[in-house]
Design a protein around this ligand. Sequence first.
Ligand code: SAH
Ligand code: SF4
Ligand code: F3S
Length: 371
Amino acid sequence: MKYFIKTFGCSQNNADSERIASSFKARGYRKARSYKSADVIVINTCMIRKAAENRVYGLINNLSKLKEQKPSLKIIVTGCMVGMAYRDSTGKYLLRLKKIMPAVDEFMPIDEVGFNHQPVRMDKKTALVPISNGCNNFCTYCVVPFTRGREISRPFQEIIDECQKLKKQGYSEVLLLGQNVNSYGADLVTKGHSIPEMEPVYVKHLGRLRLPTLFPHLLEAVAKFGFKKVDFISSNPWDFSDELIKVIAKYPNITRTLHLPVQSGDNIILKRMNRWYTTAQYLKLVKKIKKAVPKVQFTTDIIVGFCGETDQQYHNTEKLCQQVNFQKAYIAMYSQRPFTAATKVLKDDVPFPVKKRRWMKLDTLVNKYVH
Ligand code: SAH
Ligand code: SF4
Ligand code: F3S
């Protein structure tokens, strides 16, 4: 029997697919070269934007034709769409998915795969290492807290053991993955996994005590294994601690290209997005990192055309980009997502042609060296 996995979305989905592959391998399946030669097809879905969701529907539609020719073919859908469906207590979302994709045999929550499978790694050089899953931040535009649920950190030692093994196996690079790696370990404190000398600190934007800095410890421990490169995504500006900057500065094998998603260069929009920093704080952080880590470069994520974004507010984003001089920006046009606060209480009122124009203008401005 042969399996084929198609992965949409971010690196976290790629990492999940590597574990799905191993669960098939454990059951004696072999990897198929294409959809056509597969007995089971797994679609690992993303729904960060409407366009990502539509790509999944399009593929399933094509696969349903394949299934007509080969009725024994099994189609399994997993990933963020299914995560959202299983977290929707009304059950409506799952019904909707079943209705849109009648050819699907099974909707499998990714949580069923777990971390106890040795991943079948897709890359020989860079190993993906998930350090947490889910997100507690609830940026108003974002569906991830609903698809992946609340943030759960992987045990410290489990990550270290995986990295040690990777080093022995000859991997030269590791990419640590989480929706917000900086908050790694905040939930481990209550489970007795904290580092003894660390005291919980008051975190203003949360209004409570938490351990904000397990990530620097983890990063340092991983860097010490001597990989050629240790990278991490994503890192949010509001809890990029001084301790983290110190660790990056100390270990030259830690990436010098930091991904620091800003989303907007306008304070009103940032607030509306529920991002807990101002542009001045973002710029101050960039300056502090540049001072401590010579030759550092920044990449970022930006959303244009968020609810109520005026020309002036968009222009502020251009301005911020010029000030930081990003090496690359992943720019997206705002897309309304189910269950999010923006969908519930704000209006998606920037017309599509305006979003498109802003997207093109910013892309030309920021990604000038890339094209
Ligand atoms: N956890 C990461 C981002 C994960 S989602 C962070 O906080 O930075 C990846 C990117 O998709 C986001 O940074 C954002 O720029 C974009 N994105 C998320 N929701 C979106 C939406 N509804 N419309 C358009 N872009 C969106
Ligand atoms: Fe979490 Fe915000 Fe990132 Fe979405 S954009 S994953 S809510 S931090
Ligand atoms: Fe998409 Fe889920 Fe990643 S919605 S961007 S695959 S966390």
